[in-house]
Design a protein around this ligand. Structure first.
Ligand code: RNT
Ligand code: ZN
Length: 416
């Protein structure tokens, strides 16, 4: 059966319960997903400097990882051909290209011009992140909260340069760039003083954000964490810390990384509360297994719940969606495609529900209708709508993309 024929049947079945599949597709077409460049090279970057640290870990040694800018751009561009819809590339400061060696506090926007050229060529947006790890001055796992003023001001300067890079991205492309600050700061064992590092981090953030930048081009975000390897006892930038910071500073978004909470705690449950107080939030869609393990995003309950929170109350313009994981045990391009397509599929699934009727059912305390519909919808012909969307967007349907990946792997990746 052709994709169009299957779609027509699905469309009728959804229409019978008041769901407009064409409208859902149009809505999905407007949601932009930010793909993290660091999945392509195991968070190596272009500096060839320090090894990965700050509690971050990439495991696996699948062959063919990108070893330089050309290879990374080629791999990302290839991944984009298999992911429908609007996209961004999420860039870290270690993916800088200075003419001659500059340290992170001296980075300038022009050193990232290759990313702007790439984005224009790919017709995508860009996001940015200062890199406060994999650097000699981060070896104490203290950066913006370091008691040494020299080290702390180095990282303040770096975060200031990152805002400029982000602004440059937004101005060059006409698509706002999000500048996400995550720092590894924390301690392996119990601190005597939990307050002082947090007070220093607060002061650092105030200094970094002192200059007002036009939020048409760039918007800052702050990302909390619970713990990492080496910072088991204490993380300076906790959830409460950054939630407070974002609430106090209107132009700063809060970032929720799905892997940065207690194992039974989910970010989907936090979105509705936060959006009552914050204009916008940023998500790092990831998948923790037992800890912040950064596994490839799969179609699990939490991914669907995140999508439902965005869609059911029309929050797609207030929730910025970025992916964040790094798996070196499988084909890295497949990792991008699986996570991105799953995220888009989850959004589409959330859209394919009789939303107004179910919101009303909740209000009328009609919990039977709610359960009947949400359960029956799980076996509705969602995939026919997804395939149709992919075909319309000019990307492979079903497993078609995997054949492309295997060919690229044989022709390009395995020859590296
Ligand atoms: C680390 C954070 C952060 C990083 C990237 C590389 O725990 O999740 O977002 O993954 O900045
Ligand atoms: Zn993250």
């Amino acid at each position: 059966m052709s994709i169009t024929k299957a779609y027509e049947l699905a469309k009728a079945q959804y229409a019978a319960i008041g769901v407009d599949t064409d409208a859902a597709i149009e809505r999905l077409e407007k949601i932009r997903i930010s793909l993290h460049c660091w999945q392509g090279d195991d968070v190596a970057g272009f500096e060839s400097a320090g090894a990965l640290d700050g509690g971050l870990a990439v495991t696996g040694n699948y062959p063919g990882k990108a070893r330089n800018k050309e290879e990374l751009f080629s791999d990302m561009s290839f991944a984009f051909k298999m992911i429908p819809g609007l996209k961004k590339a999420n860039v870290h400061a270690i993916y800088c290209e200075p003419k001659k060696g500059v340290d992170r506090d001296a980075q300038t926007p022009d050193q990232f011009s290759a990313w702007v050229d790439f984005a224009k060529q790919e017709n995508i947006g860009l996001d940015f992140n200062p890199t406060c790890f994999a650097h000699p001055k981060a070896s104490d796992t203290l950066t913006l909260s370091h008691p040494d003023e020299g080290i702390r001001s180095f990282w303040i300067e770096h975060c200031k340069t990152s805002r400029k890079v982000s602004e440059y991205f937004g101005k060059s492309l006409g698509i706002r760039s999000n500048n996400n600050i995550w720092i590894p700061d924390g301690m392996k064992d119990n601190p005597y003083d939990r307050l002082a590092p947090r007070a220093r981090l607060l002061d650092s953030l105030d200094k970094i954000c002192a200059e007002k930048l036009d939020t048409k081009y760039t918007k800052d975000a702050v990302e909390s964490k619970l713990f990492a390897v080496g910072t088991e006892a204490y993380v300076v930038g906790s959830h409460e810390f950054y939630m407070g910071y974002a609430m106090k500073n209107k132009d700063v978004m809060l970032t929720l990384d799905a892997g940065h909470f207690h194992p039974t705690e989910v970010i989907s449950g936090k979105i509705s509360s936060l959006l009552l107080y914050l204009d916008e939030i940023l998500l790092h869609v990831s998948r923790p297994i037992r800890w912040d393990s950064d596994h490839v995003v799969i179609m699990d309950d939490e991914l669907q719940a995140i999508a439902q929170e965005i869609i059911r109350n029309n929050n797609e313009n207030r929730v910025n969606i970025a992916l964040d994981y790094f798996d070196a045990s499988i084909n890295r391009i497949a990792a991008w495609v699986i996570g991105a397509r799953n995220t888009q599929k989850a959004l589409l699934m959330a859209m394919l529900a009789p939303n107004a009727m179910l919101l009303e059912a909740d209000k009328k305390l009609d919990y039977t209708t709610r359960l009947v519909y949400t359960e029956e919808l799980k076996s509705y012909p969602f995939n026919a709508v997804w395939d149709y969307y992919c075909e319309k967007a000019g990307v492979p349907t079903g497993l078609g993309w995997f054949d492309m990946v295997k060919k690229y792997e044989a022709d390009v990746l395995f020859k590296r």
